[in-house]
Design a protein. Structure first.
Length: 300
């Protein structure tokens, strides 16, 4: 049996049991999983196989499946990882479809982008679940690719802009490490006490991307675009604080409230065709400087 087949079956089981919090009768669960697997071009399974899956679901995802003999329930076990399940799974519905139907590849054009460092996901998840210290070489891009040896306490994995990052305690400080820059990863036998006080959602609430510096102020931002760019920004907002203040044939204007990190500036530049920064003035000057330097480099 292909690994992806088992993985998708785990996902379907978790989704069905965790959907509304009520117990699911045994036959209903089995029928649901087999029906969904058949839709994806995979084999059906017996109840015995499904019961064996429950052990792997607990080990790999931190969900414990319980039964009273007639129906099943699910709950988070001590190994549950507090980052979002659907974020970690990386569009497996599409992946399973492409995997099961060779003809589908003629009209479903996936990017097939595998982030560098993704092979580290499994050992890192295991280390986080078991609260084990890890050690690795880390490449510092901003220091001429200097390599430093790190020993940290891993807490979370976070995805941002098609890259995965490890959030780990380096001493008393929570830092982010790009998986693409981690080399020679070692999971050590030594365990650490996990810091349960970290609110990872709050940690990134006021920023864009992976970089969040609490020393930076949270600022009120106002941006103006033309109507065409506005349509894209309505369908995929820049940030959860995005508020539309004008939306007409001449202008699409929004306000946001967040820290102006480098990641945010890079995102603004990616859709700069009609961008006008209204406020703050410091952001307007920063964008203008980037334009001026780019113009100099590309002048004939």
């Amino acid at each position: 049996m292909k690994p992806i087949e088992s993985l998708i079956r785990y996902m379907l089981t978790i989704d069905r049991l965790d959907r509304n919090g009520r117990p699911v009768p045994t036959q209903e669960l089995l029928n649901y999983v087999n029906s969904e697997m058949e839709k994806r071009g995979f084999h059906t399974v017996t109840l015995r196989t499904l019961q064996r899956d429950f052990v792997d679901i607990d080990l790999q995802f931190g969900y414990k499946v319980r039964s009273n003999g007639r129906e099943y329930t699910i709950e988070r076990s001590s190994g549950y990882l507090p980052h979002r399940f659907d974020e970690l799974m990386l569009d497996f519905d599409l992946l399973s479809a492409l995997n099961s139907d060779a003809h589908l590849q003629r009209y479903v054009l996936a990017e097939h982008h595998r982030p560098v460092g993704s092979q580290l996901m499994f050992p890192l998840i295991q280390a986080i679940r078991e609260s084990r210290v890890i050690e690795f070489d880390y490449v510092l891009y901003r220091s001429d690719c200097e390599v430093v040896r790190k020993q940290v306490a891993p807490h979370f994995l976070k995805e941002s802009n098609q890259r995965w990052y490890l959030l780990a305690k380096d001493g008393d400080t929570l830092k982010s490490f790009g998986l693409d820059r981690i080399k020679d990863l070692q999971v050590l036998p030594r365990q650490f006490v996990r810091d349960e006080s970290i609110d990872v959602d709050a940690l990134f609430r006021d920023c864009y991307g992976i970089w969040n510096d609490p020393k930076m102020p949270i600022e009120d931002i106002e941006l103006s675009y033309d109507a065409l760019d506005g349509r894209f920004l309505k369908s995929v907002p820049l940030h959860h604080t995005q508020h539309i203040v004008a939306d007409n044939v001449d202008e699409f204007r929004i306000t946001l409230r967040l820290r102006i990190t480098n990641d945010f500036v890079m995102e603004l530049l990616s859709r700069s065709r009609s961008l006008t920064v209204i406020r703050p003035q410091s952001l307007r000057e920063r964008i203008r400087k980037v334009y001026e330097e780019a113009l100099k480099r590309n002048s004939i």
